[in-house]
Design a protein around this ligand. Sequence first.
Ligand code: AMP
Length: 125
Amino acid sequence: MSSQGAEPSIFSRIIAREIPATIVAETDRLIAFEDIAPQAPVHVVITTKDPQYRNVVELAAGDPGLLAELVRVAQTIADERTMGQFRLVFNTGAASGQTVFHVHAHVLGVVTVADALGEGSLGSL
Ligand code: AMP
């Protein structure tokens, strides 16, 4: 399931603009776009442009500064879209629900206080 030597991940294809996505933030090393199957009123995926890390454990070991940058981008997106509060999810391993083995975080949040009071508003990721 390594990204090395395999087909480019779906996220690499988004980064290359080979397939469309609604991009909401971008830095030199990260890109954020709306999840195609949202599990919350706001559901943004943040991924690294470098596909070498398959999951957050590998990213933390290999480039902790990039992981910290990813968290800062999550906060920026939340400041803009979800009253500054958010859930940050890294599915790690197929048994946990990971389907794309190119490290990424899910930023999940609500837009209004009324959303926050809705049952299950942050989904089940
Ligand atoms: P995970 O299951 O944690 O690996 O997350 C992969 C996420 O990528 C899922 O939430 C998918 O809905 C999302 N996803 C897959 N393909 C696309 C796409 N083309 N554009 C946006 N999000 C996608």
